[in-house]
Design a protein around this ligand. Structure first.
Ligand SMILES: Cc1cc2nc3c(=O)[nH]c(=O)nc-3n(C[C@H](O)[C@H](O)[C@H](O)COP(=O)(O)O)c2cc1C
Length: 383
């Protein structure tokens, strides 16, 4: 297995993760919906935007810090929420939260995490957001908010692009269930990854930690997580619920999963503090536009009335710079840190942050910028 020191970019982490994980688990991270058109376009679209450097500008001292929803962070990269992270490495959410704190940035915990709100808070005193889905039983949502407040989570982030689960055919082909079941079809795959199997069998069972033990905690039916989502998440959620949640939470509130400028306007009118432009990284509706392509239009629609975070497809320091130049306050990443976690646990995520930080530092210098607020659309060239 290649050592972490031989990973120099996100693709290197991805290749290492591919070797370390059973195929069905790797594909769950890596895959997209239907024909995976959005999945691939998310990444490729960044190359349509070129960078137009300025020279002779004294770039001896670069500062990558910025402020998001009132919190100062050292790097404009936020950890996106991902469910069931302990499937990818036994140290899961707590390892990533610690690495984010060391990097001086925000960790977002998923509603369907494999570590609870309280345990994640105990593991790291870095800044944290909680990503929320709306359960059919609104009491669950209300309880989550109370628990987050109690544990010191700064902001609530409502994900809105999963009214139903996307069609992820890799998972169907691999017979993936949550928790992963060892069937004749998956057993050969898993046996080729004894280190993963060892931890899977010896560590505490992977569950939706935030509802374990409650009447909403039963994921054990045949359909596993997918069936659970269908049973428990409310597909009737609408803008009235958003207004209700903003009122209940009474703190910094973001909506994640917007790609349409009209929805961005509605969100702002309801009083959200932040919008995460996201297509979930491609596993939901295929043919949703790549986020970088709708950023400028959404920034115009929002007109400074809320902060904009962008995710989906960022893999390079230059991708981050392009998003910030076109109007995002910060970006989120999902798969990059999951690949790094699978490749090397907490040390893998530390190295990922180190590499991205040094890429952005170098790229800023080459672009002729010394601070995040220097980045404007003037640095973007679209022939
Ligand atoms: C394995 C996996 C699990 C995810 N789980 C969640 C989740 O529980 N809640 C959520 O809002 N988004 C979830 N997402 C979407 C991410 O938060 C983020 O939007 C996406 O990963 C960004 O694209 P990227 O992976 O190309 O960086 C998940 C993404 C992946 C790959």
């Amino acid at each position: 297995m290649p050592p972490l020191s031989s990973c120099f970019n996100i693709e290197d982490f991805r290749q290492t993760a591919k070797k370390r994980l059973p195929r069905m688990i790797f594909d769950y991270i890596d895959g997209g919906a239907d024909d995976e058109v959005t999945l691939h376009r998310n990444q490729n679209s960044f190359s349509k935007f070129q960078l137009m450097p300025r020279v002779l500008r004294d770039v001896g001292d670069i500062d990558l810090s910025t402020t998001v929803l009132g919190q100062k962070i050292d790097l404009p990269i936020i950890i996106a929420p991902t469910g069931q992270t302990r499937m990818f490495h036994h140290t899961g959410e707590t390892a990533v939260a610690r690495a984010a704190a060391k990097a001086g940035t925000i960790y977002s915990l998923s509603s369907v995490s494999s570590t609870s709100i309280e345990d994640t808070a105990k593991a790291s005193d870095g800044p944290k957001w909680f990503q929320i889905y709306v359960w059919r039983d609104r009491e669950v949502t209300r309880e989550f908010m109370a628990r987050c407040r109690e544990s010191g989570y700064h902001a609530l982030c409502l994900t809105v692009d999963l009214p139903v689960h996307g069609n992820r055919e890799r998972d169907l082909r691999n017979n993936l269930t949550f928790p992963a079941s060892l069937t004749p079809k998956t057993v050969a795959d898993v046996l080729c990854h004894p280190r993963w199997l060892y931890h899977y069998l010896t560590e505490p069972k992977i569950e939706i930690a935030n509802v374990t033990g409650s009447s909403h905690g039963d994921v054990s039916d045949e359909g596993g997580l997918l069936d659970y989502i269908t049973r428990q998440f409310d597909p009737t959620v609408n803008w009235d619920d958003v207004a209700w949640m903003i009122e209940q939470w009474d703190g910094p509130f973001l909506i994640k999963g917007i790609v349409n400028p009209e929805d961005a306007k509605l969100a702002v009118e309801l009083g959200v503090d932040g919008i995460v432009i996201s297509n979930h990284g491609g596993p939901q509706l295929d043919f949703t536009p790549p986020t970088i392509e709708v950023l400028a239009e959404i920034a115009q629609a929002v007109d400074g009335r809320a902060e904009i975070i962008l995710d989906s497809g960022l893999r390079r320091g230059t991708d981050v710079i392009k998003a910030l130049a076109l109007g995002a306050t910060a970006v989120m990443i999902g798969r990059p840190y999951l690949y790094a976690l699978a490749a090397g646990g907490e040390a893998g995520v530390d190295r990922m942050f180190e590499l991205l930080r040094s890429e952005i530092n170098r790229d800023m210098a080459l672009l002729g910028c010394t601070k995040i607020s220097d980045l404007t659309p003037d640095f973007i060239h679209r022939p």
